[in-house]
Design a binder for this molecule. Structure first.
Ligand code: MN3
Length: 202
């Protein structure tokens, strides 16, 4: 049983004009496929064979660079595709909306905090909304392919929303304008799916 590259839950051009088809095609078909293949190579023949990706990441030896980078890359992109959808955006409702307002005051203030985390992550990395025990939510960012499941990472919790701020995620369409890409991401966030992840994680 090895890890498989998931199919996108929509067409490559489904998120246009916010995220262009060519970026999606390369990002999924080359980058994510690469992490998947290298994760399988890192796990093959070890005691980790057959374990779930979350189990592997939660118990990760952070000095194992191949597993850290490719296991993180595999998991992070799986989440990234799921939290986007065409004709999405807007804001969450229900329990997740209440948790965001409790932590950040309002959706707009949360959006500012998340956008700031994504914009100020130096170099490659991810911005996250993650959930702590008791359902408290927190925004943070991590470098490279690290994520809040990994031991010792500065923000700990279950990620329910992630934004890839590696240049490969936006450079074709936005060049150096990362803030424009971050703003566009808010037009494709699938809050119904993020709310599902919140309900599972809290
Ligand atoms: Mn990426």
């Amino acid at each position: 049983m090895s890890f498989e590259l998931p199919n996108l839950p929509y067409a490559y051009d489904a998120l246009e004009p916010h995220i262009d088809a060519r970026t999606m095609e390369i990002h999924h078909g080359k980058h994510h496929a690469g992490y998947t293949a290298k994760l399988n190579a890192a796990v093959e023949g070890t005691t980790l064979e057959g374990k779930s990706i979350t189990e592997i990441l939660k118990n990760l030896d952070m000095s194992n660079g191949a597993l850290r980078n490719n296991g993180g890359g595999y998991y992070n992109h799986n989440l990234f595709w799921e939290v986007m959808a065409p004709n999405a955006g807007g804001s969450p409702s229900g329990e997740l909306s209440a948790a965001i307002e409790k932590a950040y005051g309002s959706f707009e203030q949360f959006k500012d905090a998340f956008s700031n985390a994504a914009a100020t992550q130096f170099g490659s990395g991810w911005a996250w909304l993650c959930v702590h025990k008791g359902g408290v939510v927190e925004v943070c960012s991590t470098p490279n392919q690290d994520n809040p499941l990994m031991p010792g990472v500065s923000c700990q919790g279950t990620p329910i929303l992630g934004l890839d701020v590696w240049e490969h995620a936006y450079y074709l369409n936005y060049q150096n304008r990362r803030p424009d890409y971050i703003n566009a991401f808010f037009s494709v966030i699938n809050w119904d799916k993020v709310s599902e992840f919140y309900a599972e994680a809290k």
